[in-house]
Design a protein. Structure first.
Length: 95
């Protein structure tokens, strides 16, 4: 398997965060991690998120990817906790 430097680091970071949050809280592990490949449709949706909610484009990409993966919640300290973006609700991992 060929590793792509930027992508592999990001996946490792996500996985580490995934398991450390579960271990600290004593809760069962979170749902499996779904990988979403960016494409033109995802970028178009991110632009829609940005236009509809006024958030930065890259945050719109996160929301669009979560929506595509059918995630009901995303963890973010940057977006407004409790806010719903196209059916995806934001939760702050530190509260």
């Amino acid at each position: 398997m060929k590793k792509v430097r930027g992508e592999s680091a990001e996946v490792e970071t996500i996985a580490a965060s995934h398991f450390s949050k579960s271990a600290r809280s004593g809760a069962p592990p979170m749902a499996p991690i779904r990988l979403v490949t960016p494409d033109a449709e995802l970028i178009r949706r991110a632009v829609e998120v940005r236009a509809s909610y006024g958030i930065p484009f890259y945050d719109g990409m996160i929301v669009a990817a979560a929506e595509r993966a059918r995630c009901g919640r995303i963890w973010s300290e940057d977006l407004n906790a409790g806010q719903e973006y196209f059916g995806v609700t934001v939760a702050n991992p530190f509260h």
